[in-house]
Write a protein that binds this ligand. Structure first.
Ligand code: ACO
Length: 325
């Protein structure tokens, strides 16, 4: 059985930039608070007519082109999102239709911000099992649509975007090992309570603002620092490496203080940590593929480098992948 390798990457962010200054006009906050507490300077916000599948489509086209693959070659589309176009059908199916990927199965994967790295883990298993050769993994989000724009403790954090990767078999290195973890006991600390079967949409759920993102920032923060470190060590250990062997870490972009604290735990040189959070904010499952795409494009990550992708998110979940680029 062969291992798997990423052969194409794509990204798409909306054109519309919202700066911290812009947010000062909307909620009681300051550029200084947001910068110091989160590291975010600006984020991209999708317009009214743009949904997660639109961003997914653009990112996917770019990834397919880079992999020199046509949509009909795809056998599986795994789309990670916490902000699907609709509860059902799966956004992956909307993407399948739009791409004309007539030979592909398609499903959504819900693991919050860890979704893309989870998706890579799933794709890697499919390929190692020998049953699939051309898989598209996408992380696509429009969190701006689920944010309460009156809640300063959440609305400053998130941005919209999508990232995509084509995953194929490889006889050489590529994805070396993956980790996928969960702890549902922390589910309440990051959720959108209503609109599902537990609290179906009603006048009451709308009045009580239960269709928006609710978050216990402190709890998520502590969990994130702990799990980003542990998941990195675990995935490297599986592949026979330690953090000191790594050329680049590509962490989920949620908060520079989380990234800094996790890096400190692993005793990392910050030059080896990819950070693009100031430009995009937290784009949930899109953050890792966007950061990876940019780091490769900027020639920071080069062939032969050992990299670690690591993320945490709603669920709560965490996931990591060790990759020989
Ligand atoms: N502007 C100004 N003041 C603010 C703002 C704001 N935007 N937001 C909160 N504050 C205030 C609070 O009201 C509080 O005031 P108080 O002391 O008078 O009560 C004060 O700032 C401090 O608030 P804390 O919540 O303690 O601030 P903290 O340093 O913990 O930072 C933050 C909050 C940025 C949310 C942090 O906890 C965090 O990043 N947590 C992780 C969140 C995260 O990563 N979530 C995404 C997970 S991924 C996914 O699946 C979507």
């Amino acid at each position: 059985s062969s291992s798997s390798i990423i052969t194409g990457l794509g990204k798409k962010v909306p054109d519309n930039v919202m700066t911290n200054k812009d947010l000062e006009e909307i909620v009681d906050t300051t550029d200084e608070w947001i910068t110091q507490r989160t590291g975010i300077k600006e984020r991209r916000i999708a317009d009214e007519d743009t949904s997660s599948s639109d961003l997914a489509y653009e990112a996917s086209l770019e990834a397919l082109e880079e992999a020199d693959l046509s949509p009909e070659d795809l056998e599986m589309i795994i789309l990670a999102t916490a902000t699907p176009d609709m509860l059902f059908p799966a956004t992956a199916c909307l993407l399948q239709e739009r791409l004309g990927a007539d030979n592909a199965g398609a499903f959504d994967l819900e693991a919050g911000c860890s979704g893309f790295v989870y998706g890579l883990g799933v794709a890697d298993q499919f390929i190692r099992a020998g049953n699939y050769e051309n898989i598209l993994v996408v992380g696509a989000e429009t969190l701006s649509k689920l944010v309460d724009w009156d809640d300063r403790s959440t609305c400053v954090l998130f941005g919209d975007g999508a990232g995509a990767a084509v995953v194929q078999p490889s006889s050489e290195a590529g994805i070396l090992s993956t980790v996928m973890g969960s702890d549902g006991s922390g589910g309440d600390s990051l959720c959108v309570p209503a609109g599902g079967s537990l609290h179906p949409a009603s006048q009451k759920t709308v009045e009580n603002k239960l269709h928006y993102i609710k978050m216990e920032g402190n709890q998520v923060f502590k969990f994130a620092v702990k799990k980003m470190g542990a998941a990195s060590v675990e995935v490297l250990d599986k592949a026979g490496y330690t953090p000191a062997d790594v050329d680049f870490f590509v962490p989920h972009q949620a908060n520079t203080r989380i990234i800094d604290a996790a890096a400190k735990r692993l005793d990392l040189d910050m030059d080896s940590v990819i950070v693009n959070l100031p430009l995009y904010g937290n784009t949930s499952s899109a953050s890792v593929p966007i950061a990876l795409k940019e780091a490769v494009e900027e020639n920071r990550i080069k062939p032969g480098d050992l990299i670690v992708l690591v993320a945490f998110g709603a669920g709560l979940t965490w996931a990591s992948a060790a990759v020989r680029w």
